[in-house]
Design a protein around this ligand. Structure first.
Ligand code: EPU
Length: 421
């Protein structure tokens, strides 16, 4: 298994381009199952979760070509409506095929995703909403078996705002008979892009970007093309790399407003942010990092997917800070690993209490999930001496060759193939 070896303490400089958003592509790709023909998705990130989704779509009969971030998906000859355990266990987002398969083919058999690396992540909201649309749902042998001759529009209120449930139901409702209203819908940029893509396919959706979506079902949808938005979490992670190495770096990143919550917190820490057309520059040269509390929330709040990285950053701040995760209460697997690097963090319920002013020292640490591994790489960039980050297949799920981006900025990080677990 590959690992990273990082020699920390190097200042970063220069400009780096942010890749396309993994979580946008992961929603758009299964949406193509709703049409028949060739869809072209540009700016698709080359990350392992995308390769996993391609494998799943191929299993269903989709013809896929992926070259230089352009992904062509031809959905003309679908041969299966089953997402097997082997695919779903690798990536929970596989459950996104449920809505489109059910709506288009009247049947879907999708493995239940089970637990995830940091705790329970239920899909009850997806299933309850499908039932409201008239689907018959059974759970059998670890699989969701969903059937419906024709889905029927319904009023669906989500008690919790869920990215995945909103996306899945949206993909089901666009081909349902009649009107559907989704209230307390997710308004994350990835869901907005999914809804826009569905509209480009011929779907009738109103209220895009608001928490109430009104959908008028249509009989069929046609293929469409889309350029994936930039990855706001990769952007936030790289900005923190600049901040905790007290550097000045620039991101080539188009969708500024998607990361305002992170930019504002970075400004609170004392870093200077400058936005200019498609560039965002952070200047943290000579910075005494102020302690800044964060609490994660649904968009446009501070993203849970930036919580681990912020925790790493706050280890270097002047005082004590608290980092609370209200989306995933157990998402703190990175904390013991950061403590191995010399951090002093205690988890109290769903809050990490971070003692600032720590001198981080290189050590061997283990990635446990995608964002946890990003936090370890960040801490390694700031730590004195050598840090080895093991099990970096986690980071490869969602960051496109992160070491190359950091190297381009001047970091001393290398990928070492290895057998060590
Ligand atoms: N929830 C339920 N029941 C459900 C669905 C969700 O209780 O049926 C709860 C969850 O447990 C959580 C909250 O609702 O407390 C929000 O979860 P959500 O459904 O929004 O998350 P998701 O769709 O499973 C996506 C991203 C995650 C990101 C979350 C939150 C994708 C493929 N995944 O997951 O991304 O953390 O939204 O923003 O879009 C990542 O990229 O590292 C990642 C984990």
């Amino acid at each position: 298994m590959d690992k990273f070896i990082i020699n920390g303490g190097k200042k970063l400089s220069g400009t780096v381009k942010v890749s396309g958003a993994k979580n946008s592509s992961l929603a758009i790709m299964p949406a193509t199952l709703l049409n028949n023909g060739k869809n072209v998705l540009t700016n698709t990130p080359e990350v392992n979760d995308i390769f996993t989704m391609i494998k799943l779509l191929k299993h269903l009969g989709v013809k896929a070509e992926f070259n230089n971030h352009t992904l062509e998906l031809d959905t003309t000859d679908i041969i299966s409506q089953e997402a097997p355990y082997d695919h779903v266990k690798k990536m929970r987002a596989s459950v996104y095929v449920l809505g489109p398969l059910l709506a288009k083919y009247g049947y879907a058999k999708v493995s239940l995703p089970g637990g995830c690396a940091w705790g329970p992540r239920p899909i009850n909201l997806h299933l309850e909403a499908m039932k409201k649309l008239g689907a018959e749902i059974e759970l059998e042998g670890g699989y969701i078996i969903a059937k419906a001759k024709k889905l029927k529009g319904a009023n669906i209120h989500f008690d919790i705002s869920s990215v995945g449930a909103t996306g899945n139901v949206l993909m089901a409702a666009v081909l349902a008979e009649g009107s559907t209203t989704i209230s307390n819908a997710a308004i994350e940029p990835e869901i907005v892009q999914l809804a826009d893509f569905l509209k480009d396919m011929g779907a009738q959706i109103e209220g895009i970007g608001t928490s109430t979506l009104k959908i008028e079902g249509v009989n069929e949808l046609h293929p469409a093309n889309v350029r994936t938005i930039s990855d706001r979490i990769e952007a936030g992670t790289l900005l923190i790399a600049g901040a905790l190495t007290r550097s000045k770096i620039t991101l080539d990143y188009i969708d500024h407003e998607h990361i305002n919550s992170v930019l504002w917190k970075l400004e609170d820490s004392g870093a200077k942010i400058c936005k200019d057309n498609n560039l965002v520059t952070i200047n943290a040269e000579g910075l005494s990092i102020k302690n800044v509390d964060v609490t994660t929330a649904i968009y446009p709040g501070f993203p849970t997917d930036m919580q681990a990285q912020w925790t790493a950053f706050m280890c270097l701040a002047e005082g004590v800070s608290s980092v609370t995760d209200n989306i995933y209460l157990d998402r703190f697997k990175h904390v013991p690993e950061l403590n191995r690097l010399g951090a002093d963090i205690e988890v109290r319920n769903n809050t990490a209490v971070v003692q600032g002013g720590r001198k981080l020292l290189g050590a061997k640490v283990m990635s446990t999930d995608l964002r946890a591994s990003a936090s370890l790489v960040l801490a390694g960039l700031a730590a004195k001496g050598e840090t080895e980050v093991l099990r970096i297949y986690h980071i490869d799920r969602g960051y496109q060759r992160i070491e190359e981006k950091l190297q381009a900025l001047g970091a001393d990080i290398k990928r070492v193939p290895g057998t060590e677990f």
